[in-house]
Design a protein. Structure first.
Length: 485
């Protein structure tokens, strides 16, 4: 079939291309002829202007020094135009005979100009003025007769060439029409041949597909051909058998899928139960910051209904804002892909401050991109209150230490750090930041007679504790007694 199509189309294209090439050649010749005619018509206009210029000069010459005459300057101006028109004629390419005639005309124009100059420069009272005028007019008449003869001959030749060009145009038009008709007829023949070769097997295949569509899986095509359509029919039969087998397997898979869907619904119900059983506030947010899932505890914490949260962005539903909050840890988790946490304190309607610890965890898709973030909130109010109470106790202890007259030091043996009170440092003549918490700060200031005993007691320390007494230097060149339990 492919070979048939290529053969038919090749014949069609060869005939069409041949006709187009001949038509293009014919049109090219005709166009060249028409271009020549246009140039000749333009030359004819130049000749006509030359004749009119001569006639104008002759008219001015006959009426000079009369009531109908003009100024002599006009004659000079028209003679200048006459020379320019003659020069235009000499710029074109002409046959030798025509070129000689043009040179003759140009020579007479020079004679005519000289005669007019002599006439114009002569005195009006001169006795020769009439003879000069008659001589100039005679040259002008000869020039006018000669240019009119050339113009008439050229006009006849131009008319003959125009008729010949129009005949060529008509022949070109007939040739183009014949080429178009031949191409159209040949196109119809090719189309009929191709349609007959293609539509018959296609109709057979279309009927077969209709049988398949009606449910007759496994339907076979009886068309046999050595072309591509015959191969297509063979492949269609293979496809029909494969389709029947696949349909049987599909029915089996559908049964299995239904069982899987039932199991999936049970699993989803189980996950929903787990989700709702979480008592701490819990929600899931997508990459566009929409809340897609939340439990009742989360809605209760936000004092909203679930319907007011699900499907809405967190900043619209909770903050009534137009963008994500600056300190949003959900944003940080989407950006970094890592879990984040922060603590947040808010006052309730009773004026009591409630503390919450907020944790975010990423849910990553198969491409490793964070698609969802889980936000989990835990109430840490009691812990915060305990921390606040401890901080207040430590502040009271610090105030008591500052108010006492004795200097206090506290040695953390587990971390090997010593805390010196402000009073202890000031008693030794130091400021708050002059002494670090390194134990050597204390050992270096123990009296030399006491240091060995003190170090021995520290090395022998047990869980029961020890009692240490030593002397440390006073800033006034004295010594203090340092006691430790």
């Amino acid at each position: 079939m492919k070979r048939k199509i290529i053969t038919y189309l090749l014949i069609f294209f060869i005939v069409s291309a041949l006709g187009a090439a001949l038509a293009a050649s014919y049109i090219g010749n005709t166009t060249s002829t028409l271009s020549r005619l246009i140039i000749l018509h333009q030359i004819g206009d130049v000749r006509q202007n030359l004749v009119m210029s001569i006639q104008t000069v002759q008219s001015e010459l006959y009426t000079v020094h009369t009531n109908l005459g003009h100024k002599l300057d006009l004659i000079t101006e028209h003679v200048s135009k006459l020379e320019k028109a003659a020069q235009k004629c000499s710029t074109c390419h002409h046959a030798p005979l025509i070129a000689d005639q043009i040179e003759e005309v140009q020579s007479k124009i020079v004679d005519y100009r000289d005669a007019l100059n002599i006439y114009i420069t002569a005195s009006a009272a001169s006795p020769k003025i009439n003879k000069l005028k008659i001589a100039a007019a005679a040259i002008g008449n000869q020039l006018l007769v000669r240019t009119e003869e050339i113009s008439v001959k050229a006009g006849r030749k131009l008319e003959f060439m125009t008729r010949d060009a129009m005949q060529k145009v008509r022949r070109a038009w007939m040739f183009l029409l014949a080429t178009m008709i031949l191409t159209f007829v040949l196109g119809i023949v090719v189309a009929v041949k191709l349609a007959t070769s293609i539509t018959k097997p296609i109709n057979t295949l279309v009927n077969a597909t209709r049988m398949i569509a009606s449910g007759d899986l496994g339907f076979m095509v009886l068309y046999r051909d050595k072309t591509e359509l015959g191969e297509l029919a063979s492949h269609f039969n293979i496809m029909s058998r494969s389709l029947k087998n696949s349909y049987t397997k599909l029915e089996e898979e559908i049964g299995e899928r239904k069982q899987t869907e039932v199991a999936l619904k049970k699993s989803e119900a189980f996950l929903n139960t787990i989700f709702d059983s979480i008592h701490d506030p819990f929600c899931i947010i997508d990459s566009e910051y929409r809340i897609i899932r939340a439990n009742e505890s989360y809605a209760l914490m936000k004092k909203k209904r679930l319907s007011e949260l699900i499907g809405k962005t967190c900043y619209e539903a909770l903050q009534r804002g137009k963008g994500v909050c600056d300190d949003c840890i959900v944003l940080n988790t989407f950006a970094s892909g890592n879990p984040c946490a922060k603590e947040k304190g808010e006052f309730n309607f009773d004026g009591v401050k409630k503390w919450s610890a907020i944790f975010t965890y990423p849910i990553v898709d198969s491409d490793g991109k964070v698609s969802y973030v889980i936000e989990y909130t835990h109430d840490i109010t009691e812990r915060k209150r305990a921390e606040e109470a401890l901080r207040e106790s430590e502040e009271r202890y610090a105030l008591a230490a500052r108010g006492a007259n004795d200097g206090l030091w506290d040695w953390d043996l587990r971390h090997n750090k010593v805390h010196f009170s402000y009073r202890w440092k000031s008693m030794l003549g130091f400021g708050e930041n002059d002494i670090s918490n390194n134990p050597e700060e204390w050992f270096s200031r123990v009296h030399a007679d006491d240091r060995g005993e003190v170090e021995a007691k520290v090395c022998a320390t047990s869980a029961a504790g020890i009692r240490i007494s030593s002397r440390v230097p006073h800033h006034a060149q004295g010594w203090y007694l340092s006691l430790g339990d």
